[in-house]
Design a protein around this ligand. Structure first.
Ligand SMILES: Cc1cc2nc3c(=O)[nH]c(=O)nc-3n(C[C@H](O)[C@H](O)[C@H](O)COP(=O)(O)OP(=O)(O)OC[C@H]3O[C@@H](n4cnc5c(N)ncnc54)[C@H](O)[C@@H]3O)c2cc1C
Length: 387
């Protein structure tokens, strides 16, 4: 379906991103999958193309582009021509804005130019071995020491965990208040900061995911993001954008799976006719086409709402819920339509299937998305039980 949200500038930008992905990223994807991580030079090349932290002010080397449609194009072209595990957008739009909006001038002047060039890769560390969905349950502590903070604890499942040069770390600053959490920028090389191994995963093989350890890491006041007791609310505020990013990735990933499956079933024959000619194949493809168009249209609308500063947490949760569930269904149908080939690693659909599985878990699981949506329609468990 023709998408109405892009104009000529967006389409020109899309052409240049596509060419970049085809020439600079696609040739390396198989090797990165073997290695379990992309080469960090991918970020430097993306930085040279002006694709990182485009929102940042020109005084730091950014382009001052807030329009999320440009990021949506990067997401779509990365997935179509590169690989979904290359987390450029996590760096640029999920983590970077915390520094842009909440960072001290000193931090921004020092760090943002390196984030824009790709020299420093960003990650965000919220999840711990004992707390994922329940962010208020984190145990990593930050204690004040003069003007500095000392951070101790551990994080797990952190994206860009091996290649990352700076991490936003959520740490408890108020012992007896569940939401008493601060956000701190911990940089590679700080004493007491160690990374664990690159965790082996079912999918997302080009993405490095690691444990991070903090042993009395001294973080100066200039690396504190906003009010050190109100980081929980900053996280909640930014999570709407994180969910929009996820939703945009998920529907793009599903669109690519659909397209390559359409090609496959037109080529492959059984019982003397193309697989595409079976009624089951045609109906499955028709159902997926309809669901993809509807979901894409909803996400495009969310992008416009986000551009206007009007994307609410519950609408973003709806987008993430619907897109991630659809992505899983599409991947499953597409593997089935490939038959045995769909289970073979040499066919892209086989790893798209495993890459997709995490979408219903990370960036807030489907169950948490349902909680957020239910609360927004007056179905808050605590309030209902209190009646
Ligand atoms: C590949 C990958 C990359 C990741 N990257 C990052 C990252 O960069 N930074 C980061 O901080 N984290 C990251 N995560 C962590 C991710 O956000 C968490 O895994 C996710 O939030 C779920 O938390 P959990 O794993 O602790 O599961 P749990 O919270 O233990 O949940 C287990 C199950 O219980 C369900 N559940 C939990 N609470 C409720 C509830 N109230 N109602 C109903 N069901 C519930 C969940 O939906 C899930 O099905 C990543 C995870 C993966 C797998």
């Amino acid at each position: 379906m023709k998408r109405l949200i892009f104009d000529e500038d967006h389409e020109m930008f899309r052409d240049s991103v596509r060419r970049f992905m085809q020439s600079e990223i696609a040739p390396h994807v198989d090797q990165w999958r073997e290695d379990g991580a992309c080469d960090p030079s991918a970020f430097v090349k993306a930085g040279e193309m002006g694709l990182l932290c485009m929102w940042a002010d020109e005084k730091y080397g950014g382009a001052g582009i807030e329009d999320f449609r440009f990021e949506q194009i990067i997401i779509e072209e990365t997935i179509r021509h590169g690989d979904i595990g290359l987390f450029l957008t996590l760096h640029s739009r999920l983590v970077g804005p915390y520094i842009g909006r909440l960072g001290s001038e000193e931090l921004k002047a020092r760090l943002l130019p390196k984030c824009i060039s790709g020299e420093t890769i960003l990650g965000i560390a919220m999840t711990e071995p004992g707390a994922g969905s329940d962010l208020a349950g984190i145990k990593t502590r930050a204690t004040r020491d003069g003007d500095d903070w000392l951070i101790s604890g551990s994080k797990t499942f952190i994206s860009n965990g091996i290649n990352g040069g700076a991490f936003i770390v959520a740490a408890r600053t108020v012992a007896d208040r569940p939401h008493g959490i601060g956000l701190f920028v911990v940089e590679a090389g700080m004493k007491g900061f160690e990374r664990g191994r690159n965790l082996k995963k079912m999918g997302l093989k080009t993405q490095d995911t690691a444990e991070l350890f903090f042993d009395n890491v001294r973080v100066p006041a200039r690396n504190v993001l906003g009010d050190p007791e109100r980081g929980f609310y900053s996280l909640m505020h930014h999570l709407a954008e994180e969910r929009l990013i996820s939703a945009a990735q998920e529907v793009s990933h599903a669109q690519v799976a659909f397209d390559l499956t359409l090609d496959y079933i037109l080529e492959r024959k059984a019982f003397g006719k193309p697989i595409a000619a079976f009624q089951n194949s045609r109906f499955k493809m028709a159902e997926m086409r309809a669901a993809l168009d509807i979901t894409q249209t909803f996400i495009d609308q969310c992008v416009l709402l986000h551009n206007q500063g009007e994307l609410t947490a519950e609408i973003a949760a709806e987008a993430k819920l619907i897109a991630s569930e659809l992505e899983s269904d599409v991947m499953d149908n597409c593997v089935q339509l490939h038959g045995g080939a769909g289970y073979m690693s040499e066919y892209r659909i086989s790893h798209m299937f495993t890459d997709a599985r995490v979408s219903r878990i990370y960036a807030g699981s489907s169950e948490i998305m349902k909680e957020i949506i239910a609360r927004s329609i007056g179905l808050d468990e605590r309030k209902l039980l209190a009646k």
